[in-house]
Write a new protein. Structure first.
Length: 248
């Protein structure tokens, strides 16, 4: 019975992770699922926040300013101000983060811009509209899913270790007992994929529905590169611009 402690660890890990996922799903389900104006359409910064959070809004703003020649993003990872007069609060946050010298590494300014008041105000508006997950409820389904996946991997590893500790003819009871946390975690993942997929840390169910309408293959902005950046991230950009954003 030397393998029993390993079984207990696997069972506790499975139970805790599944409970966390269930709790996150309940919190997400309790978010408002309607918008005051049913015809509301997302702006690009709103779509960027719902799809990727504050850093996605930062990347979108930097690329917008670069495309409009108000900011130069060099592939070496430096941002240089061309026009010091920002057109809105987000652009003014970028210029303020870069500083009076007019030049700064993008890796240094991205987290500063993401924490700026303009981005927080955008998040607050989306939360108030029922489109974004409040900060207090950001122990999201995606985090719960990750914890269940880790518990599943832990169960498999502990089961293999437990089986190695006993003779071959005594392994069937080990497999049978470890099947319990294995079925629990695997079943929880299957249910989560069927009921709450896709997982998103930032958007509420209503926000996800509106976000789907802004997808690059959707009706609102087909094949728009800025929409692709907002909804799918910097992976849609050319390599030099990606390097500029990441500071490489």
């Amino acid at each position: 019975m030397i393998w029993v402690p390993l079984l207990l660890v696997a069972c506790v890990g499975a139970a805790v992770s599944c409970a966390r996922l269930c709790r996150a799903a309940v919190v997400e389900a309790s978010l408002p699922d309607t918008v005051a104006d049913g015809r509301r359409e997302l702006t690009l910064p709103e779509a960027a926040y719902l799809a990727g959070g504050p850093l996605r809004v930062t990347d979108l703003t930097l690329v917008l300013m670069h495309r409009h020649r108000r900011l130069l993003l060099a592939h070496t990872g430096w941002a240089t101000v061309v026009d010091p007069d920002g057109r809105d609060e987000l652009e003014r946050s970028v210029i303020q983060a870069i500083g009076p010298g007019g030049q700064s590494p993008t890796a240094a300014i991205r987290p500063v811009i993401a924490a700026a008041d303009a981005v927080r105000a955008l998040a607050d508006r989306l939360v108030a509209a029922g489109l974004a997950v409040p900060e207090a409820g950001r122990r999201s389904v995606s985090g719960g899913v990750r914890s269940v996946r880790l518990a599943l991997a832990l169960t498999v590893a502990l089961g293999a270790g437990a089986a190695a500790l006993v003779p071959g003819h005594e392994r069937m009871p080990v497999y049978a007992w470890f099947a319990l946390p294995l079925v629990l975690t695997a079943g929880c993942l299957v249910i989560a994929r069927a009921e709450v997929h896709p997982y998103n840390r930032w958007a509420s169910p209503t926000g996800l529905a509106l976000l789907a309408g802004l997808a690059p293959d959707g009706p609102l902005a087909p094949d728009d590169p800025l929409t692709a950046l907002a909804t799918r991230g910097p992976a849609t950009l050319d390599p030099q611009l990606r390097a500029a954003l990441r500071g490489h």
